[in-house]
Design a protein around this ligand. Structure first.
Ligand SMILES: Cc1ncc(C[n+]2csc(CCOP(=O)(O)OP(=O)(O)O)c2C)c(N)n1
Length: 582
């Protein structure tokens, strides 16, 4: 059957089971929007800004595990996606971004709204394509989906010249295509840094796991007296929560996580010690510093986790499980690694491993937990209180989305994540302005789950225009503004490391977020006491519309504990340590 390129785009999305697209139209992508007009079965969410669309596609992907899709036109439409694509790239989130460009004869001529978006996004996509011939369109879109979701996931951009979307071509509907050999070639183009610093090229086949690597891992686990499990976002992407729970039970070890790993291991369990790294708990940071085997599952050892890499987990052998060989020995030298899908690795190891017991070690870590609990003032509104109350009122069943800053850390520390896909946050890029768009994506996908975006006032004002999108879409999401009237996280560093020179971090300009939210069709209230907050939260949970709660907290509240940048994680400190040292 002959159809236009624009129709091919829509049909290919249908082949992939896409039910929602987040986007923003314009001249170059008009043909595609015209084709979409005839397909009511696909829901298009028109955001206020393309950045919001990219974050929404990312939030949709993180909440569902499926590929998120966004559309933008050429030039500024495409460049407005860039931060969202980079955010997804840094956290390995499967997103397909479709942009259209000027007609093929106009490419390379500085035409109106022409931009080389494949050039721009080359370093922030897993792969990207420009389609100049309609005959290649369907295969390219199918490959884009395959690449986005296979192996280590990531964003893929397909840029299509406008005349390609208008040209006719023969097309046959092919439901959900499997990964092709060519896709695997792209997936396997990776290098591994060996312990001597040299690079070797590795071919990965995600389903084949080396027996030798598995045996080595098992040997290390059997020999350990003080094992610690450190879990990251890779375990969520691999859907490995059940295998992880069984593994932890078998090896009898405490478990900590990275920001991206929240929910992979049930945060209500006794042996869960909280986050590791800069704002991790003392139990995790001290425990990992003392353990004799650190089992790192789907993590990439970010600088925010390791502090000083030379002094990280100094008493431990490190065993890493990851799908991406490029992550082995990248940020830290490991003693052993198993490369492959972590779900399959854990299944294999669970089959081969007997049950172990480490009573004394577990008791020692429990003592740390008891001695160093997370704590905050008993009265008044504060970030930790807002999050803990939210946990209680939502019974821990909400999807929590965050922006970036102190509120993000409080959301990570004080809400207990029991399941994967329930904590959505920009970990790698640290994108202020991520959360509201992402929560629109998550709430669109998960109609029956309460989605809550926790933002600082600085982050909220970055992309608050998306409240209008949430209102138009009748999304009952809750937007909590942890309003300290400052760029709190930056101010915290200015207080601790810049002798309180508060350069450009005070936001006390009286912007009325309640009025703004109402003007964009949401319900809203401002709260200054615990009683007012609880009441507003009850109303918000019942509301059928977006509900914004502007919560006024102290400008000088801080996130504790903390590891100073570049310091060893064993030097984790909090307010009481500062007082004691004076
Ligand atoms: C787009 C972007 N610009 C700048 C930063 C640097 N930055 C990180 S946290 C932060 C402050 C955030 O302030 P706010 O939203 O009020 O949150 P708070 O820390 O007060 O909770 C800034 C400016 C960033 N992460 N992202």
């Amino acid at each position: 059957m002959k159809v236009t390129g624009a129709e091919v785009v829509i049909q290919c999305l249908k082949e992939q089971g896409v039910d929602t697209i987040f986007g923003y139209p314009g001249g170059a992508i008009l043909n595609v929007y015209d084709a979409l007009y005839k397909h009511e079965e696909i829901h298009h969410v028109l955001t206020s800004h393309e950045q919001g669309a990219a974050h929404a596609a990312d939030g949709y992907a993180r909440a569902t595990g499926k590929v998120g899709v966004c559309f933008a036109t050429s030039g500024p439409g495409a460049t407005n996606l860039v931060t969202g694509i980079a955010t997804a790239y840094m956290d390995s989130i499967p997103v397909v971004a479709i942009t259209c460009n000027v007609n093929v004869p106009l490419l390379g001529k500085d035409s109106f709204q022409e931009i080389d978006i494949t050039g721009i996004t080359m370093p922030i996509t897993k792969h990207n394509f420009i389609v100049k011939d309609v005959k290649n369109l369907a295969t390219t879109i199918r490959r884009a989906f395959s690449i986005a979701k296979t192996g280590r996931p990531g964003p893929v951009l397909v840029d299509i010249a406008k005349d390609v979307t208008g040209a006719e071509v023969d097309y046959d509907f092919i439901p959900q295509k499997k990964t092709t050999k060519k896709d695997n070639d792209i997936l396997s183009r990776v290098h591994r840094v060996k312990s001597d610093g040299t690079k070797e090229e590795i071919k990965i086949e995600s389903t084949v796991i080396s027996n030798r690597e598995l045996e080595d891992a098992i040997k290390l686990i059997k020999a350990a007296d003080k094992p610690f499990v450190f879990v990251g976002g890779g375990a969520i992407l691999a859907d490995a929560d059940k295998e992880l729970a069984e593994f932890v039970e078998k090896i009898d070890a405490p478990v900590c996580d990275s920001l991206m790993g929240k929910g992979a291991y049930d945060g209500t369990k006794e042996n869960y010690t909280g986050m590791l790294g800069m704002h991790g708990t003392k139990a995790s940071n001290l425990g990992v510093s003392e353990c004799d085997l650190l089992i790192a599952i789907g993590v990439r050892f970010s600088d925010r986790v390791m502090g000083n890499p030379k002094k990280f987990a100094q008493n431990a052998k490190i065993l890493q499980f990851d799908i991406d060989p490029a992550e082995i020995n990248k940020n830290i030298k490991v003693d052993s690694a198993v490369i492959g899908d972590v779900k399959v690795i854990l299944q294999e190891i669970n089959k081969k491993l007997d049950t172990h017991q480490h009573n004394e070690w577990i008791k020692h870590i429990e003592e740390y937990k008891e001695k160093f609990p997370l704590s905050y003032p008993k009265v008044g509104l504060s970030g930790p209180y807002l999050v803990e109350k939210l946990y209680e009122k939502t019974k821990g069943e909400a999807i929590i989305v965050t922006e970036v800053g102190q509120h993000q850390m409080w959301a990570a520390q004080y809400y207990k994540y029991k399941k994967p896909h329930t904590f959505l946050s920009s970990g790698g890029l640290g994108t202020m302005g991520y959360g509201l768009g992402a929560s629109i994506g998550a709430q669109t996908a998960k109609k029956d789950t309460q989605v809550v975006n926790i933002a600082g006032d600085g982050c909220f004002r970055m992309n608050m225009n998306e409240i209008a999108t949430a209102s138009r879409e009748k999304l009952p999401l809750i937007q909590i503004i942890v309003n300290n009237h400052v760029l709190g996280m930056v101010r915290q560093w200015q207080t601790l490391f810049y002798e309180k020179r508060y350069s450009a971090t005070v936001l006390d300009d009286g912007v009325d977020y309640v009025a703004i939210a109402k003007a964009m069709g949401a319900e809203a209230s401002r709260v200054t006491t615990r009683e007012e907050y609880e009441k507003a939260l009850d109303e918000a949970l019942k509301s059928k519309k977006p509900y914004v709660i502007d919560c006024i907290i102290n400008s000088d509240d801080k996130v504790w504990p903390m590891v100073a940048p570049g310091a060893p994680i064993s030097e984790v400190f909090d307010e009481s340590d500062i007082k004691n040292s004076k």
